[in-house]
Design a protein around this ligand. Structure first.
Ligand SMILES: Cc1cc2nc3c(=O)[nH]c(=O)nc-3n(C[C@H](O)[C@H](O)[C@H](O)COP(=O)(O)OP(=O)(O)OC[C@H]3O[C@@H](n4cnc5c(N)ncnc54)[C@H](O)[C@@H]3O)c2cc1C
Length: 266
């Protein structure tokens, strides 16, 4: 891809994706359901991410950023779960927030990412902060639709400061799955600010994900040699949870959504 003098990137291979549906969960968390033209122009594996940006009106893309995909290719749409990073720090997300249904974005033609389901392990522990749940949802939908290996067992830890950041859209789906398949699937929603009014009535776990991880793995009776721990979202959570998972002897995989503060300064 080349760069144009106006700051955007130019590439004939860029796709158009229309916003079919936008769901605002909180003022700074939204789901964008995109549709490409043609429908099958973009393909991906559950767990991978796409790169979207704003159309510069000259065939290029402005502020391209990667987003993990919530949906599976068979859904026919690209569903993204996005957090607003307000100005002055955020670049693409404030522009995305100004878009409405039927507006379009530009999409790089290839999905990327190596955070993929690893079927060789029996136990799959997925640890996510807020929007970090995205790649795990795609992996789960694919797995439970196909029921390829009924022997696989899942434990999901999904953390946020506030319960509404776990979003009813995803929380309800995961809770329903846990009720339906209690032996195969366990869902632990967790918040870190239990005393705040916004969290009134919350019935899940309280605490940071790294401090909940060891107990959650033990409660499911997962043996380390058969267990993989996938980590996604906030880099500080990933560093801390990875240390614990590795101390327990588990294999880990990760996708950091941004650079930890110290690294960003280097
Ligand atoms: C592989 C990958 C997958 C990603 N998937 C998602 C996803 O599914 N959903 C999603 O919302 N984001 C995701 N991100 C982050 C996303 O690409 C953008 O960085 C983010 O949306 C902010 O974009 P921006 O242009 O507004 O700000 P940027 O210019 O990208 O970043 C501005 C500053 O904010 C920091 N930052 C970025 N994201 C956050 C955040 N959530 N909270 C606090 N600080 C942040 C950056 O490190 C930087 O310092 C992913 C990132 C990667 C690398």
């Amino acid at each position: 891809m080349r760069t144009n003098p106006n700051g955007g990137s130019v590439g004939r291979e860029l796709l158009f994706a229309y916003i079919m549906r936008r769901i605002d969960h909180t003022p700074d968390l939204a789901t964008f359901v995109l549709k490409t033209e043609p429908r099958d122009a973009f393909s991906w594996l559950p767990g991978q991410y796409c790169t979207i940006g704003i159309d510069d009106g000259k065939g290029g893309i402005v502020d391209p950023r990667p987003y993990s995909i919530v949906s599976c290719p068979e859904d026919g749409v690209i569903e993204l779960f996005v957090e607003l990073v307000p100005p002055p720090d955020g670049n693409l997300t404030p522009k995305l927030w100004a878009l409405k249904e039927y507006d379009h974005v530009r999409l790089l033609p290839k999905a990327k990412g190596k955070l993929l389901f690893e079927p060789a392990f029996r136990n799959h522990v997925m640890v996510a902060t807020v929007t970090g749940i995205a790649p795990f949802l795609a992996m789960l939908w694919r797995h439970f639709r196909e029921q390829t290996l009924a022997d696989h067992r899942f434990l999901i830890l999904h953390g946020a400061r506030y319960q509404d950041e776990l979003t009813s859209r995803y929380r309800n789906e995961l809770s329903d799955l846990a009720t339906l398949l209690p032996d195969q699937f366990c869902y632990v929603p967790a918040i870190t600010k239990p005393d705040e009014e916004r969290n009134r009535g919350f019935l899940g776990a309280v605490g940071r994900l790294p401090s909940l991880l060891e107990g959650a793995i033990a409660s499911r009776g997962f043996v380390a040699e058969e267990t993989i721990v996938y980590l996604c979202g906030n880099p500080d959570m990933i560093v801390a949870a990875k240390t614990i998972a590795e101390r327990l002897g588990c294999v880990t995989r990760e996708e950091q959504f941004w650079k930890p503060a110290k690294e960003a300064l280097r």
